[in-house]
Ligand binder design. Structure first.
Ligand code: GUN
Length: 294
């Protein structure tokens, strides 16, 4: 069994990005600039956004954090989005999800200029991804594909089972894994809460991508020996032995499943750091207009 070290790969990629940024600056260019909009004080969102801001520094980017309290109105957020769309100093930006229930996430996402949508959530980016056109790929699926590429994991003709059908991970990663591309070219099945005979389907998989948010869901009896496992789960589980009071738990029963696999991502240190680095890549691409030429 080989552990897929997302932390190590993400550090390498951040280093590669930082070198490119210094070349841009040396040639008289401006540092890429990412803005992040954070609403409220959800612990997970606070941590993710802090990691994104920190990664910007490591890549030589500028970053701006815009904070609102939970009671921000949809109109106020839409006005911020309009400002960021029009600001020539902002190359790309994200609105951290989830948003409070009184705000329509879809309305906010659709208001973002797709050329600055470095999360890849706008329907134009999602649509372009689904037909294989240049676009901003959403960060977690892009990070998974990059890990498979860097570990030279063969996906062509393999059976890939995706657990979960979210717009952020399940649907887009299924789309990327089925595309005529390497990594990709897999035969993909997406399982979700209404799937019958789920265990039997997962047991057939050469590659399992677990993105349910259900700690320890994938157990050893569901895994074919030699399978590749990508664990996207990051649920906070109370843990009195930790200073934070919680630990991050993946969707895979790691201790029992890992010995059976050919490759597996740990939680933390697997997919998570790759998500952040994919956002950095998109921001660089927004700044140099390589996805959407001027
Ligand atoms: N919430 C969970 N994942 C993400 C992400 O990748 N981007 C944003 N904006 N919000 C998220």
């Amino acid at each position: 069994m080989e552990l897929i070290d997302g932390k190590k790969v993400s550090d390498e990629i951040k280093q590669e990005i930082a070198v490119k940024v210094e070349q841009i600056v040396a040639a008289g260019g401006r540092r890429p600039h990412l803005a992040a909009v954070l609403v409220g004080h959800d612990g997970g969102s606070e941590t993710y956004v802090a990691h994104k801001v920190k990664a910007c520094g490591q890549c030589g980017f500028e970053s701006t954090l815009i904070r609102f309290e939970d009671d921000v109105t949809e109109e106020e957020l839409l006005a911020t989005v309009a400002k960021l769309n029009a600001d020539p100093n902002i190359d790309g930006y994200i609105v951290q999800l989830p948003l409070p229930r009184h705000i329509s996430e879809q309305r906010i996402i659709e208001a973002i200029d797709y050329r600055k949508d470095v999360d890849g959530f706008h329907p134009i980016n999602v649509g372009r991804m689904s037909i294989g056109l240049p676009c901003f790929l959403s960060a977690t699926p892009a990070g998974i594909i990059e890990l498979l590429a860097r570990y030279d994991i063969d996906t062509k003709g393999k059976r890939c089972v995706v657990l979960g059908r979210s717009n952020i991970v399940g649907k887009p990663v299924a789309m990327l894994m089925m595309q005529k591309h390497n990594p990709g070219d897999a035969t993909v099945t997406v399982c979700h809460s209404a799937t019958k005979d789920l265990k039997e389907i997962v047991r057939e998989a050469d590659i399992i991508i677990a993105a349910l948010g259900s700690p320890g869901f994938v157990t050893a009896d569901m895994v074919k020996p030699g399978a590749v496992i990508i664990d996207v789960g990051t649920t906070r589980v109370p843990d009195a032995t930790r200073k934070s009071g919680f630990r991050l738990c993946g969707d895979v029963d790691f201790d029992n499943v890992a010995p059976m696999c050919s490759y597996i991502t740990p939680v933390p240190g697997g997919v998570g750091p790759m998500t952040i680095v994919s956002l950095m890549r998109n921001t660089l691409a927004a700044a140099d207009h390589s996805v959407y030429p001027l």
